[in-house]
Design a protein around this ligand. Structure first.
Ligand SMILES: Cc1ncc(C[n+]2csc(CCOP(=O)(O)OP(=O)(O)O)c2C)c(N)n1
Ligand SMILES: [Mg+2]
Length: 319
């Protein structure tokens, strides 16, 4: 299962980067040329690799459970969400051009953040979306609201550490005290502790593990920490979360997922630290179209996911 999860993460990361940058040559059939890069680069990279890790792990454990759903707080990480909906064929159910084929990949990538195409953020056009995430703060409240009166539901909700600084998200931490009963569904909050928001560090990222855990305990949760991107650790944490729901329902689990912002992307550009820093938040290679060095870094970055091992032009995804 671990290998399967890792392969899915690689595929989703590739499609995320391709959506952000490419208007042609989507499978790298030829070396990248400046003409292959979109004229206006508009979107968010930094949050995406973390979303892809979370999605792949939840999909592996709960993908077949009809009562499970996922709420995404950082809706600015839309290319990651869209990549996952594309891989599973969920997008094709509402948009026939988005089939998981070579032509579908071209359509997905070209139309991302494009006039008349897909928006740059999650939106009502996104299949299954109940929280757009464009205005940060509502993911936790939306998830609890959706579970109200639905004891069969289980909802995982990913909250950005920047989002957790909004008044709404902070106040929503009180919700288990009001809604934690057998009449309602189960909510599994996952804090995406990547340490940064738009242009600076987050408060949660600057807290010690103990301070953060004590805060969550104060709101009635049982914190469960995941360090890094290893699927085995993530799966263990999901098992642990289930135990906590059963053994101590009055103190439900709250996962703290610590991973570097922009992980697997460029590390340094012009001596500026990108991965593991706020500089990865939006487009980490803003001059990819005009600067041959950045274009070369983009080519290597895309190649690093070895997408040709994950997608066959005749068979489709082989993950
Ligand atoms: C209410 C609100 N304030 C400000 C913004 C602008 N904004 C967009 S993304 C972002 C940073 C979000 O940081 P975080 O939640 O940590 O997400 P990350 O990208 O690090 O996963 C901000 C402040 C917003 N979208 N909504
Ligand atoms: Mg963050």
């Amino acid at each position: 299962m671990e290998d399967k999860i890792k392969r899915r993460i690689r595929a989703a990361n590739y499609l995320t980067v391709a959506q952000l940058f490419l208007q042609n040559n989507f499978l790298l059939d030829d070396p990248l040329k400046k003409e292959d890069v979109k004229p206006r680069l508009l979107g968010h990279w930094g949050t995406c690799p973390g979303i892809n890790i979370v999605y792949a792990n939840l999909h592996a454990r709960y993908g077949k459970d009809p009562n499970f759903s996922f709420v995404l707080g950082p809706g600015h990480g839309f290319p990651a969400l869209q990549a996952n909906l594309f891989i599973d064929g969920d997008l094709a159910k509402v948009d026939k051009k988005a089939t998981p084929t070579k032509e579908g990949i071209a359509y997905l990538c070209k139309q991302f953040s494009w006039p008349g195409g897909f928006p740059s953020h999650a939106s009502p056009l996104t299949p299954g979306v109940i929280c757009e995430g464009g205005e940060l703060g509502y993911s936790l409240a939306t998830a609890y609201g959706s579970a109200l009166g639905h004891p069969e539901k289980k909802i995982a909700v990913l909250i950005g550490d920047g989002e957790l600084e909004t008044a709404t998200a902070l106040a929503s931490l009180n919700l288990p005290k009001l809604l934690n009963s057998k009449a309602n569904g189960k909510i599994l909050p996952i804090l995406h502790l990547n340490g940064y928001k738009i242009s600076g560090p987050t408060i949660s990222g600057r807290k010690s593990e103990r301070e953060l855990n004590e805060m969550l305990r104060g709101f009635g949760y049982t914190p469960v920490t995941i360090l890094g991107a290893n699927p085995a650790d993530f799966q263990d944490a999901l098992v642990r979360a289930n135990q906590i729901f059963k053994e101590s329902p009055a103190h439900p689990p709250f996962i703290v997922f610590k991973s570097k912002k922009g992980i697997t992307g460029p590390t340094f550009i012009k001596k500026v630290k990108i991965a593991g820093n706020y500089a990865s938040h939006q487009i980490p290679l803003p001059d990819a179209k005009t600067d041959p060095t950045q274009l070369m870094i983009l080519q290597r970055w895309l190649e690093s996911y070895r997408f040709q091992d994950l997608f066959d032009t005749k068979k489709g995804f082989t993950i």
